[in-house]
Design a protein around this ligand. Structure first.
Ligand code: HEC
Ligand code: HEC
Length: 323
C-alpha cells in the first residue's frame, strides 16, 4: 500500500476519535493565525525623516533659515545668542527662568532634543515627553548648521554621530517612489550593518543592565523617577538618538561620554536595546512601531479561538447527546 493510502487509513481510523474535531479546529485556527500575522499591516507611517549618513555639506544647508528658526522658536527661552534666560533672585543668585545656556551642550544635544520632539519645549517647568519632531529634517539640518556657526563654543559637547543610523527616510521627502525606495534600501543596509555588526551583544546586555536598567527598566519600558520626572521607554528611539542621549545626558539622565562607554561598546549596547524591541518578523526598523498591532492581533486571535472552541465543544456535546 502507498504511503498516501496509509495516511488516509490512519486519518479514517481516527476521525471518529472524540478529540478529532477539536484537533481539526485548532489546527485550522493555528494556520489562520499564522496567515493573519503574515498579513498584518506594517506601520510605514514613520515620522518626517530623511537619510543622512554623513554631515550635510555646506551647499545642502541654509544657515539663514537656521537662524530664522532659532530666533523664532528657541530664542524666547534660550536667548538670541543661546546663552539662556536668567534672572537674579533677592540674594543676587542667577537662576534660570525659561531655558538653559546652550553654548556648551554641543550639536548632539541639539539634534537629540529636536529630533525626539522634546524641543521646542511647551512647558519650561516640566520634563518634555517624546513627540513627533515639529520641523522637517531639512529645517533641523539648517538649525544645526546655524548652531555650529554662531552659537556653540569651540570646545562644546559631543558632535552628532553621523555614522550611527538616525531616522529612516520618509516618502514625503522624495519626489518619486524610486528615489524613496533606493534611500530606504540604503538605510536598511546601514541599519542592519550597524546593529548586526556589534561585536558582543552579551557585553551590550551587561552594559545596559549595569548603566541603564535601574532607570529605564530591564525591558526598556521606562520608569518613574523623583520630582515628577521619568525615564522614558526606549522602544521608539533610533540608534542615533540612543547614542546622543548617552553623550548629552538629557535632563535627569547622567552623561556617558565616549571615554566612559567607548563607541564600540555603545554599538553593542544599542544593538542590545534593539533586541529588547520584540520583533516577531525581525523585519528591521519598521517593526519598532508594530508591537502594538501584533499584540492586538494576538488578543483578537485568542478571544476568537476561545469562542470557536467553546462552540465546537457545545456542538459535539449536543451531537453526543443525540447519538
Ligand atoms: C518654552 C521654552 C523653551 C523653548 C521654546 C525651547 N527650549 Fe530648549 N529647553 C528649555 C528647557 C526648560 C530646557 C531644560 C529641560 C530639562 O532639563 O529637562 C531646555 C533644554 C534644551 C536643550 C538641552 C540643554 C542641556 O543642558 O542639556 C537643548 C539642546 C535645547 N533645549 C534646544 C532647544 C532648541 C534648539 C529650541 C528651538 C527649536 C528650544 N530648545 C526651544 C526650554 C525651551
Ligand atoms: C538616572 C536615570 C537614568 C539612567 C541611569 C539612564 N537614563 Fe536614559 N533617560 C533618563 C531620563 C530622565 C530621560 C529623559 C530626559 C528628558 O526628557 O529630559 C532619559 C532619556 C533617554 C533616551 C531618550 C528616549 C526617547 O526615545 O525619547 C534614551 C535613548 C536613553 N535615555 C538611553 C539611556 C541609556 C542607553 C542609558 C544607559 C547607558 C541610560 N539612558 C541611562 C534617565 C536615565
Amino acid at each position: 500500500m502507498t504511503r498516501n493510502g496509509e495516511t488516509v487509513k490512519w486519518i479514517t481510523a481516527r476521525r471518529r476519535h472524540p478529540l478529532a474535531g477539536y484537533a481539526v479546529v485548532i489546527l485550522a485556527l493555528a494556520l489562520f493565525g499564522v496567515g493573519f500575522a503574515a498579513l498584518a499591516p506594517t506601520s510605514d507611517e514613520a515620522r518626517a525623516q530623511t537619510l543622512s549618513a554623513e554631515a550635510p555639506s555646506p551647499e545642502d544647508v541654509d544657515v539663514a533659515n537656521g537662524k530664522a528658526i532659532f530666533d523664532q522658536t528657541c530664542a524666547s527661552c534660550h536667548n538670541y545668542d543661546g546663552s539662556g534666560t536668567f534672572a537674579e533672585d533677592e540674594d543676587g543668585n542667577r537662576e534660570m527662568t525659561n531655558g538653559p545656556d546652550l553654548r556648551e551642550v554641543g550639536p548632539a544635544s541639539v539634534d537629540f532634543q529636536v529630533s525626539t520632539g522634546r524641543m521646542p519645549s511647551m512647558d519650561p517647568d516640566n520634563q518634555m515627553p517624546r513627540r513627533d519632531m515639529v520641523m522637517s529634517e531639512q529645517d533641523l539640518a539648517d538649525l544645526i548648521a546655524y548652531y555650529n556657526e554662531s552659537i556653540r563654543t569651540d570646545d562644546a559637547g559631543a558632535e552628532i554621530p553621523y555614522d550611527v543610523p538616525g531616522t529612516p527616510p520618509e516618502r514625503a521627502d522624495f519626489e518619486d517612489e524610486e528615489s524613496y525606495e533606493t534611500a530606504l534600501e540604503d538605510y536598511e543596509t546601514e541599519y542592519d550593518a550597524y546593529i548586526e555588526g556589534a561585536e558582543d551583544v552579551d557585553m551590550g546586555m551587561k552594559l545596559y543592565l549595569t548603566n541603564c536598567a535601574h532607570c529605564h527598566s530591564w525591558s526598556g519600558g521606562g520608569g518613574a523617577l523623583t520630582d515628577g520626572r521619568w525615564a522614558p521607554e526606549l522602544h521608539d528611539s533610533t540608534p542615533r538618538e540612543i547614542y546622543e542621549a548617552m553623550v548629552s545626558g538629557p535632563g535627569a539622565m547622567p552623561m556617558f561620554s565616549d571615554g566612559v562607554i567607548t563607541p564600540e561598546e555603545k554599538q553593542e549596547l544599542i544593538s542590545y536595546v534593539k533586541t529588547l524591541q520584540a520583533e516577531p518578523n525581525a523585519g528591521g526598523f519598521f517593526d519598532l512601531e508594530r508591537v502594538g498591532q501584533v499584540a492586538e492581533g494576538f488578543i483578537g486571535w485568542t478571544i476568537g479561538l476561545s469562542l470557536i472552541i467553546a462552540c465546537a465543544i457545545w456542538i459535539t456535546a449536543k451531537q453526543r447527546a443525540h447519538d
